[in-house]
Design a protein around this ligand. Sequence first.
Ligand SMILES: NC(=O)c1ccc[n+]([C@@H]2O[C@H](COP(=O)([O-])OP(=O)(O)OC[C@H]3O[C@@H](n4cnc5c(N)ncnc54)[C@H](OP(=O)(O)O)[C@@H]3O)[C@@H](O)[C@H]2O)c1
Length: 264
Amino acid sequence: MDMGLNNKTALVTGSTKGIGKAIAMELAKEGVNVLINGRNYEEVELIVNEIKSKFPSTSPQNATADLVNVKQRETLFEKYPNIDILVNNMGIYEIMDYNDVDDIVWEKYFETNVLAANGLCKFYLNKMLKNNYGRIIFIASEEAIMPSGQMPQYCMTKSMLLSLSKSLSKLTIGKEVTVNTIMPGPTLSENVYQIIDSIYSDENMAFEEKEKKFMATNLPQSEIQRFIRPSEVGRLAAFVCSPYASAFKGSPIRMDGGMVPTIY
Ligand SMILES: NC(=O)c1ccc[n+]([C@@H]2O[C@H](COP(=O)([O-])OP(=O)(O)OC[C@H]3O[C@@H](n4cnc5c(N)ncnc54)[C@H](OP(=O)(O)O)[C@@H]3O)[C@@H](O)[C@H]2O)c1
């Protein structure tokens, strides 16, 4: 299906690996000129070159910046003042005991997972409203609506994104601009792959067997009993960016492999 995105420009934050890279790839497949972001210039350049060679009709660009740093965000705005699509994917996560989460950690998570994305929205949303076209997506998590208790500092920030997304969506009334949130469940990013692989490093099993064993032991509530592939989230994000998804306004969109046991 042609998603009608040819020649649009998209900034995908945190797109040198994992879900962000997959979203950038799926958008480029649709003819979108993607701005690749991460903190390391050379790593960003590698992905830009990979996309250029796979999708030569598009013009991927290097958008290296530490998005937590306000000055670096401003430099990025000067370099790329106009975009059609903003995917706020960049985020940090780790398992932590509530008692170890001190104020410094709370602040770090708030600044990284919420304020950085908010800073980008503040700059780009008004421009999108003026152009009467734009798409903003936040990548949250199933932990936003079903905190596991294993990473309270992370869950709080992901719940906040749902709220921010709806507040911003209220500013888009009557406009061809949408703001939505995708909530992926456990997804096989490079980091997750390495973790699963190393847990069973002594056992002579194919990765798929390790994955099955991990899911059955640790995530029995998953109805797919496998990790979601980043490209699955990427394809969904491309659809949500498309003109076919204009009626999604401030929506929390679940792609959690059945992890969340409730209807809503
Ligand atoms: N993987 C999962 O199971 C899962 C499930 C649900 C939701 N999510 C969410 O999906 C998003 C992506 O997760 P992932 O697992 O794909 O992440 P990942 O593999 O850890 O990749 C994170 C990306 O963000 C970049 N990054 C980190 N800090 C940055 C900063 N300050 N400024 C700019 N770029 C930065 C990283 O590059 P550098 O380090 O080089 O800067 C990398 O490109 C996150 O928001 C996460 O919470 C993940």
